[in-house]
Design a protein around this ligand. Sequence first.
Ligand SMILES: Cc1ncc(COP(=O)(O)OP(=O)(O)O)c(N)n1
Ligand SMILES: Cc1ncsc1CCOP(=O)(O)O
Ligand SMILES: [Mg+2]
Length: 283
Amino acid sequence: MNRWSWSDFQLYVITGENYHPGRSMLEVMEQAIIGGADIVQLRAKDTPKEELLAQAFALRELTDRYHVPLIINDHLDVAIAVQADGVHLGQEDLPLAEARRILGPAAIIGISTHSIEQAIEAEAGGADYIGVGPVFPTGTKPGRQAVTTEYVRSAAERVKIPWVAIGGITLSNVDEVIAAGAARICAVSAIVGSDNVADACRAFREKINQQQISQKEKLSIRINGREEQTTAQSVSELIELLGFAGKRMVVELNGTIIAREAWRETEIEQGASLELVHFVGGG
Ligand SMILES: Cc1ncc(COP(=O)(O)OP(=O)(O)O)c(N)n1
Ligand SMILES: Cc1ncsc1CCOP(=O)(O)O
Ligand SMILES: [Mg+2]
């Protein structure tokens, strides 16, 4: 991953110094990158500007060394000063259009969204990616209402630009978020607060990859007009998986009736349309 293919990212890690007393932000973020963080954000809400700027320069040097994109939370001036790859803005921060006017077309601008309406607005306004969250309640943004995996599900259905699920995501609940359709995960506490930051990142990456492999293996097909996902590769396998093995059936695949003898060698391909008629009763 590098800044030229930034949108393929899977694991986005944000700084959170209060989660790792005794370890520096730089050593923690280096471990995150080594473990597989493929985009990072500097977020330090209460840090004075001068110190924030120094942290941003140091993180720029680190991310340059590893060819990882750097995003600055909230502060466009800091992003410009350190030649970061972009900024992340919330609903109450500088409006997207203003940020774009200042930063230009090449900058990566991410927008926090808490509803599908906000997501559609950010997409239409030219955001490069959006944050979807907080999925779960989180101490990193106390008091902010969780959007739940319901919003993750609608983002998966409707958002066309890259989007990342964020907020209260841990190794114990990330499967739920991925199952709701998230292909990109962002975390603070579960990663930077972990004893072994690199291993935590590897574990998150493993879970994201695992899900993507099993999604890829599934074919999207239509059965009697309904969109379905299947791992079946032949008509006979599909009939078995649907629990119709041994039953009297007529199978039509893409408009052609398939004789029972041909079920085993007839492959099912992505986008196939099947009509299955099951005869009930005998006589
Ligand atoms: C990737 C990502 N998503 C959401 C946020 C939150 O941004 P915002 O709502 O502006 O809140 P603060 O982070 O500024 O407290 C984010 N930073 N990154
Ligand atoms: C910055 C931010 N925006 C929405 S949730 C959140 C915090 C994410 O932190 P954590 O992964 O510790 O819940
Ligand atoms: Mg903000």
